[in-house]
Design a protein around this ligand. Structure first.
Ligand code: NAD
Length: 250
């Protein structure tokens, strides 16, 4: 692994349009479970897609139950070394932006200023019918206390976390900005994503096809390992810290 780390550090020294594409794996070291690992969210929870949320009161209750419990897990979570290395690279003028599938807000909390959230944020709750939007904490606490799904205080319709459920479209602006970043990137990191959820997982392919070097750091194999210039199957925090040390030493 150390040869690969120094190779990536050399690429990082040469690059000035670095982009990081992150998934749930970058936040497991902050104590937030990912989806598909053996102890991930789907080992214990049934997936509520958007159609079920819209059409079934039971589905909405189950959605609010799962989201409210998950909210507590990341309410106290703090950015880890992986998040912090990305902030350092931005401060050094290397990193142009972070494209994230995560909904935990930890990149912003760490201090990255350009973060495109492809799947929205669980830190807010929004009405599906009007423009009402509010921080999640009070409504989550209210649900956990009353066991009742809240309605929009402005129009009485459905309230949902400001995240993208399966079956719901991606926010257009974040998606287009992410594709633009990928097209102009010269070094593109995938950090902690199984790369199976589309259209997000197509973005690293855009970067590679546009001429960027593609680096994948993920504990498990991904479908894009074959087109990557380097693959490291290890901890994201430890690996990014090692790359950062190697870059500082050159
Ligand atoms: P995923 O669960 O499908 O894949 C995560 C990958 O990260 C796995 O392949 C796993 O091997 C790897 N991984 C986990 N911890 C790691 C570590 N410490 N070091 C290296 N690799 C590690 O997650 P995904 O690809 O992001 O799936 C997409 C969906 O998951 C998104 O829709 C996202 O909104 C949602 N999600 C987000 C969060 C969050 O915001 N933190 C948490 C769970 C799920």
């Amino acid at each position: 692994m150390s040869n690969t780390v120094s190779q990536i550090a050399d690429w990082l020294c040469e690059a000035d349009q670095v982009v990081a594409f992150t998934g749930a794996g970058i936040s497991t070291e902050s104590g937030i479970p990912d989806f598909r690992s053996p102890n991930g969210v789907w080992a214990t929870n049934r997936q509520i897609d958007f159609q079920e949320f819209l059409s079934s009161a039971d589905g909405r209750y189950e959605y609010w139950r799962q989201k409210s419990l998950a909210h507590r897990a990341f309410h106290d979570a703090q950015p880890n070394i992986g998040h912090r290395v990305l902030v350092r690279w931005e401060q050094q003028g290397k990193l142009r932006g972070v494209i994230t599938q995560n909904i935990d807000g930890l990149h912003q909390l760490a201090g990255n200023s350009v973060v495109h959230e492809l799947h929205g944020t669980a830190r807010d709750i929004a009405c599906l019918s009007c423009s009402y939007r509010t921080p999640a904490d009070p409504l989550v606490e209210q649900f956990l206390k009353t066991d009742l799904v809240p309605d929009c205080p402005e129009c009485g319709r459905l309230l949902k976390h400001a995240t993208v459920s399966f079956g719901q479209s991606l926010p257009e602006e974040a998606f287009e900005a992410s594709v633009d970043l990928a097209r102009t990137s010269d070094l593109f990191f995938v950090l902690g994503s199984s790369l199976v959820v589309y259209p997000a997982a197509g973005i690293p392919q855009v970067a590679k096809q546009s001429g960027a070097r593609l680096v994948i750091i993920n504990r498990d194999e991904t479908p894009l390992d074959g087109i990557a210039d380097a693959v490291i199957r290890s901890s994201i925090g430890e690996t990014l810290a090692a790359i950062d040390r190697a870059m500082s030493a050159t």
